[in-house]
Design a protein around this ligand. Structure first.
Ligand SMILES: Cc1cc2nc3c(=O)[nH]c(=O)nc-3n(C[C@H](O)[C@H](O)[C@H](O)COP(=O)(O)OP(=O)(O)OC[C@H]3O[C@@H](n4cnc5c(N)ncnc54)[C@H](O)[C@@H]3O)c2cc1C
Length: 455
């Protein structure tokens, strides 16, 4: 029996898509495509048993299996591999339990981040990790990429909110890792290992998360600076004041201009860089009052935004990737540097973009030193674009090597996926990489789970 026949007979035809438009739609995520591949089939799982059936069929036929949440990843982690089956978890979107006393929730992998937050808010709670894609991306995808987000500056990344996982292993068996309690040190931390493993060690089907309190009060401060470097310095100044904002986002002039163009706002006329800060909780007003003079002393024009405008500014920041999807002409990066080196790195970015004659815009989750520079060149005929492509490649390489040289990492939150594999060896050396390969072999000896990604 062929893999397609086996999947169809195990799951029924309604859960196995074979038509060309669906195969094309599920072939890529939002990262640049280096090697386009069409999957053989897309499995639309509705239960843990469906996932197990799909994994068992792929294992028996040695067919690669690519797990997929919402496909909003920007590293190519969910790009189809050659002759693979894509396993979509998007229909597994039930919140199975929400316990306001324990402050935990149990969700299926396909639950959209925003939907969990809406459900939690009814109890005065929130699920803290909030990637800018939170209205689209799934908790399973967030777990597989260890997603960060805006309020991670205060509340930590996805790993810090995950207590336990249900995972289908490469042989189709189901395991439960972790604990329902906030604390727990029994055995090796397999939950932590699966978080950020990008679908290469197992398929996450259930997630137990810790919830946090929905802040009683929120204050938003918009600090407009005459240049990007002073705004980056503002991040350090706030840290030195020993106040912990929930959100500390940095937007450069290119980003402000693009937002104005798309949304008709007037941000660029207010300064060449924006540091957007949100304090929250019972001390929100007091913390904001400490931060404001610190920013003014650093050269900022500071406004305390009224709530409607504040919400709009934060919303604009969440949309700051724009509507364009990365491709060979335009690449959004994701590096993190120690906060003390933010200003140096911002200076280096501006200088390397000028040297390589490449366009640049930058947004940053500056509170945790995580920057998203986007580099691009004009879209011209490929026959005359070789030089521009070479310059784009060179500036990307340099942005990575400079980040590493100052103690940073090549990916703060998007993961290695497929796109960043070429730089992984610069950050992780042997024998660490060999150890990683051995872990992969232990969990997936036949190498069917998302091959060619993450490690
Ligand atoms: C506009 C925009 C803004 C973004 N902002 C942020 C941000 O602020 N912070 C951030 O961290 N990221 C951000 N991202 C990137 C992306 O949204 C995150 O990586 C997100 O976690 C991906 O979730 P997803 O459901 O779309 O997963 P997918 O893209 O479908 O998959 C991502 C990876 O996880 C694997 N995977 C998915 N589900 C499972 C599962 N159930 N079990 C095992 N493996 C699985 C896939 O194989 C793939 O390797 C942004 C993306 C966009 C388009």
């Amino acid at each position: 029996m062929s893999i397609i026949d086996e999947l169809t007979s195990a799951l029924g035809p309604a859960k196995v898509a074979l038509d060309a438009p669906t195969l094309t739609r599920y072939a890529v995520d939002q990262a640049p495509v280096l090697d386009f591949q069409l999957p053989q089939a897309v499995v639309l799982a509705e239960s843990v048993e469906d996932v197990q059936s799909a994994v068992r069929a792929c294992a028996a036929h040695r067919v690669p299996l690519v797990a997929r949440g919402a496909g909003t990843g920007v590293s190519g982690g969910a790009h189809a591999s050659k002759d693979c089956v894509v396993l979509s978890l998007e229909r597994m979107n039930r919140i199975l339990d929400l316990n306001p006393d324990d402050e935990t929730a149990v969700v299926e992998a396909g639950v959209i981040n925003a939907d969990l937050n809406t459900a939690a808010a009814a109890h005065g709670l929130m699920y803290a990790p909030d990637p800018a894609s939170f209205k689209m991306s799934t908790i399973g995808g967030n777990v597989a990429t260890n997603a960060g987000g805006l309020r991670c500056a205060k509340y930590g990344v996805t790993r810090d909110s995950v207590l336990a996982l249900d995972v289908v292993l490469a042989d189709g068996s189901l395991i439960h890792t972790g604990h329902q309690t906030f604390k727990g040190v029994a055995g090796y931390d397999l939950t932590g290992l699966f978080v950020g493993s990008e679908g290469t060690l197992g398929i996450v089907v259930g997630i137990t998360v810790r919830l946090k309190y929905l802040p009683q009060d929120v204050h938003t401060i918009a600090a407009f600076y005459p240049d990007f470097r002073s705004a980056a310095a503002g991040v350090l100044a706030v840290g030195k004041a020993r106040v912990q904002p929930a959100i500390m986002e940095l937007l450069d002039s290119g980003t402000l201009a693009q937002l104005d163009e798309i949304h008709g706002s007037d941000l660029a006329s207010r300064g060449r860089s924006l540091l957007l800060i949100q304090t929250d909780g019972f001390g929100a007003a007091a913390e904001a009052a400490v931060i404001r003079p610190v920013l003014v002393a650093g050269g900022a024009v500071v406004t305390m935004e009224a709530s409607a405008e504040a919400e709009q500014l934060v919303e604009l920041r969440r949309n700051s990737r724009g509507v364009e999807v990365d491709d060979e002409y335009r690449v959004g990066e994701d590096v993190a540097v120690p906060r003390s080196r933010l200003v140096d790195y911002v200076e280096a970015l501006e200088s390397m973009a000028a040297t390589h004659r490449v366009k640049l815009k930058v947004v940053a989750h500056a509170g945790d030193g995580n920057l998203h520079p986007t580099f691009w060149v004009d879209r011209v005929d490929k026959t005359v674009a070789a030089d521009a492509m070479a310059r784009l490649g060179a500036v990307l390489d340099e942005s990575i090597t400079v980040a590493l040289a100052i103690g940073g990492t090549i990916t703060g939150e998007h993961g290695i996926g497929q796109y960043k594999l070429r730089w992984l060896g610069l950050e992780q050396k042997e024998p660490v990489r060999e150890l990683q390969r051995r872990i992969k072999e232990l969990f997936d000896p036949a190498g069917i789970l998302n091959p060619g990604k993450a490690i």
